[in-house]
Design a protein around this ligand. Structure first.
Ligand code: SF4
Ligand code: SF4
Length: 183
């Protein structure tokens, strides 16, 4: 994988995690000094909190807890982790998260831990998912409020990933090697 090949298509999730750690080791300090990346990380932290609060207020988190306890089913199934690319995984490291070393639940997503999702910067599929029973149970104004907050979270995640990729691309030559003048 070159410095600018973030999709890492064909790699397993453990290989992508390894690549994200390598990216973080090489670029992490510089990315965390970049004002736009820093602002987007701080912004995403707030958006994640806002989404979680909107879901809590709308009763979604308690409904999901009941679903898991009574029906044994989280919707975070095995295989969803393959939607994640190296940049999105590295964004989690920049946000101070730890990437899972192994799968906790055989039928679950690689990033599903005992307390739920272990990531902060999540794929659109994860952020945007509200199952049909939840959508039907929510009052319209709650549904709109939740959709607006998760829309903000997805937008900020997109901007952060693009900022990370641009920062690295701008400082790498076409072979993926780091420019000697990069700062
Ligand atoms: S989103 Fe729906 S399917 Fe997933 S855990 Fe919550 S209630 Fe269950
Ligand atoms: S929300 Fe987290 S645990 Fe659930 S599928 Fe997405 S990445 Fe996996």
């Amino acid at each position: 994988m070159t410095a600018t090949d973030f999709s890492a298509a064909g790699l397993s999730i453990t290989e992508k995690i390894e690549a994200a750690h390598a990216l973080f080791r090489k670029w992490g300090d510089r990315l965390l000094k970049d004002i736009s990346v820093r602002e987007l990380i701080a912004g995403l932290d707030l958006k994640v909190i806002a989404s979680r609060k909107a879901m809590l207020d709308a009763g979604i988190l308690s409904a999901c807890r009941r679903c898991e306890e009574d029906e044994g089913g989280s919707c975070c199934g095995a295989g969803i982790e393959n939607k994640y690319d190296v940049a999105l995984l590295a964004a989690n490291l920049l946000m101070g998260m730890t990437l899972a070393a192994e799968r906790c639940f055989q039928a679950g997503c690689f990033f599903l831990g005992p307390e739920g999702c272990t990531l902060s910067a999540r794929h659109t599929l994860c952020v945007n998912f509200l199952c049909q029973p939840i959508q039907k149970a929510l009052a319209l104004d709650d549904l709109v409020r939740v959709q607006n907050t998760i829309g903000d979270e997805m937008d900020t995640t997109f901007l952060l990933i693009e900022a990370i990729k641009k920062y690295i691309r701008d400082r790498s030559d076409t072979t993926g090697a780091t420019s000697s003048t990069s700062r």
